[in-house]
Write a protein that binds this ligand. Structure first.
Ligand code: SAM
Length: 220
């Protein structure tokens, strides 16, 4: 990996072999199905001919789901343990998607090398605006047309509870919510605009999925 100064948040280093295995084994069937339905709602806007980057791919469940729908999908992740699980899962399902190690803060992929980029269940790990903007900049740089980003909404009951607990001096959460307004600013700076924001029940469920599309000519 390159020598840039790294930002620190637990999600960068926590996916070692035991944690990666636990993440895979503890996957809840109902929760997984609901999350894939949310992804399907966003991907109803994305042509099946698109080359898709799943970043981060973790154990490959989104990669496999989208490949099963006919997209040409590749995955990237920082954790070798997660990549090993993704490779095993994809080959067990006879899917020929490639996965490789990449850092979302500094992707070594070419500008616009994918039609659509999806980033699922990582953004809420980022504690600072600086990292959030950097990662959105990288996702937009490699996307020719669309970026699909999951984030934790600050307006949900769970987020409000978490904030109240912190205000009362309770345990600090490792999960960080971000307003769609803040996210939209980073996308606008990268030449993208919001198409639609998805959530199962916006005030009840913290996990949202926002679809953005390129509007500028940008770097080629
Ligand atoms: C909660 S998992 C989600 C994985 C997958 N998208 C899913 O929904 O199953 C978060 C993943 O982000 C990866 N990750 C954390 N920081 C990263 C970074 N800077 N670049 C690439 N991957 C990163 C972790 O290794 C982990 O696999």
């Amino acid at each position: 990996m390159h020598s840039h100064v790294k930002s620190l948040y637990r999600g960068r280093s926590k996916y070692d072999k035991p944690t990666a295995q636990r993440y895979e084994e503890q996957r809840q069937v109902a929760k997984h199905a609901a999350e894939m339905r949310l992804i399907d709602r966003a991907f109803a806007h994305i042509p099946r001919t698109h080359r898709v980057l799943d970043a981060p791919c973790g154990g490959g469940r989104v990669t496999a789901h989208l490949a099963g729908k006919g997209y040409a999908v590749s995955g990237v992740d920082l954790s070798q343990a997660m990549l090993d699980i993704a490779r095993a899962n994809l080959s067990a399902q006879k899917l020929s998607c490639t996965v490789e190690q990449q850092d979302l803060e500094h992707l070594t992929l070419a500008n616009r090398s994918f039609d659509t980029v999806i980033s699922f269940r990582l953004f809420h790990h980022f504690p600072e605006p600086r990292i959030r903007q950097r990662v959105i900049g990288e996702l937009c740089r490699v996307a020719e047309h669309y970026v699909v980003l999951s984030y934790f909404s600050p307006a949900s009951v769970t987020s409000l509870r978490r904030r109240l607990r912190e205000l009362r001096g309770g345990r600090k959460s490792e999960k960080h919510s971000t307003s769609l307004k803040e996210i939209d600013i980073y996308f606008q700076l990268a030449g993208f605009r919001l198409v639609k924001d998805f959530a199962r029940l916006p005030l009840l469920h913290t996990l949202h999925l926002a679809l953005f599309e390129r509007v500028d000519a940008g770097p080629t």
